[in-house]
Write a protein of this length. Structure first.
Length: 373
């Protein structure tokens, strides 16, 4: 009897992977590749956090000390509080050509030294720090010779770690000043004699501001006297000791202060003949007391003999280099008549680049520190 061999039936499932397994395995491999590719970036972010803060601190310091800010012409520090949103960038440099030389006007505005104009923490973040994060910050400026340290703080004290820091050595440009100490000048320069028969006189002492001389592009902006962006200061002192010794003390008075634009042919346009105590054009103090320009015969006594006037930028017509201004101080005198001649103040002082006439802009050493976290 023949033997019948049974051949096992070969199943279709042997050595064949299921479609579900292949799909799942493929998805797993793809996910694993994606995770592996992301891990270095995640670790790099954790390891370079300090470097990122340092970069923000460095960028902020560059904007502060190397950039004049925006707008630049006219400079942003001349913008009134109503138009604060028009300020795009809070750079403190005098100009693009003077990195690390800061404008005193911009410094005062930036650190909120003007009670009528205040920057908020959000303003600093948007206009000088920039970035998508809500950074905390501490910005300070220490000027050589000044006890006060300027601060702009936007958070808690600087942490012990995980923060960026930058320290910059800078200079702060101080405004010019025409300080006229009368006895220092030769007697005929700013004085004249009245005849003995005359007991009273009224006369002007003037300061001439020539724009064509001041706005000289050949002068380095770091030392330029710029009436378009910087204040001009005039100080009259020791007047009482410069006039005749027989002056009646109570009758030596400053009657008014006026600003004129000479237009040629001896004609002048009056720009200031009256004004309030606080305004955007000038400030006037006599013996340390603030006065408006519409004076009422202020006595210039021995202990009250310093008259100080600050003209705020931009000065009228300062964009016209062919123009100029005259600041007239009107005095009246009454003499006792004891002596034969009576000396009174008169003449015109030039506000220019002559160091004898004007103390030129000074550059003060300072240190700027920026901390960001």
């Amino acid at each position: 009897m023949d033997t019948i061999k049974l051949i096992p039936e070969i199943s279709d499932e042997h050595a064949i992977l299921s479609i579900d397994f292949l799909a799942g395995f493929t998805i797993f491999i793809l996910a694993l590749v994606m995770v592996i590719s992301l891990v270095p970036g995640i670790l790099a972010g954790l390891q370079s956090e300090n470097i990122d803060y340092d970069a923000v601190a460095y960028r902020t310091s560059v904007i502060l000390v190397e950039d004049p800010g925006a707008p630049d012409n006219p400079p942003w520090n001349l913008i009134n509080i109503e138009y604060k949103d028009d300020i795009q960038r809070l750079g403190l440099a005098v100009s693009k050509d003077t990195p690390n030389i800061l404008s005193r006007g911009k410094v005062d505005k930036f650190f909120n030294n003007n009670p009528d104009f205040r920057f908020t923490a959000d303003d600093y973040r948007k206009k000088v720090i920039f970035g998508d994060l809500t950074y905390l910050y501490n910005i300070s400026l220490k000027v050589d010779g000044e006890s006060e340290i300027y601060y702009a703080a936007g958070g808690d004290p600087v942490p012990e770690f995980q923060y960026g820091y930058m320290r910059r050595l800078v200079k702060v440009k101080e405004p010019s000043v025409a300080e006229i100490i009368f006895p220092v000048y030769p007697s005929p320069k700013y004085s004249e004699e009245l005849n003995a028969s005359d007991k009273t006189v009224s006369a002007n002492f003037s300061v001439h501001i020539p724009y064509e001389v001041l706005i000289n592009r050949s002068v380095n902006p770091a030392y330029r006297i710029d009436p378009q962006s910087e204040q001009l200061r005039i100080i009259l002192s020791n007047m009482y000791s410069h006039i005749g010794p027989d002056i009646i003390e109570d009758n030596f008075t400053l009657t008014k202060v006026e600003i004129y634009k000479p237009v040629g042919g001896g004609v002048s346009i009056p720009l200031l003949g009256s004004g309030a105590f606080d305004n955007d054009t000038y400030s006037l103090t006599i013996g340390g007391t603030k006065y408006p320009a519409n004076l009422n015969n202020i006595s210039v006594r021995v202990g009250n003999s310093e008259v100080a006037m600050v003209l705020y930028p931009p000065l009228d017509f300062s964009n016209e280099i062919t123009s100029s201004l005259n600041v007239n101080f009107s005095f009246s005198y009454e003499f006792s008549g004891v002596l034969s001649n009576h000396t009174y103040l008169t003449g015109m002082h030039q506000y220019d680049y002559n160091p004898i006439n004007v103390t030129q802009p000074e550059l003060k050493d300072a240190v700027m520190e920026v901390a960001i976290w």
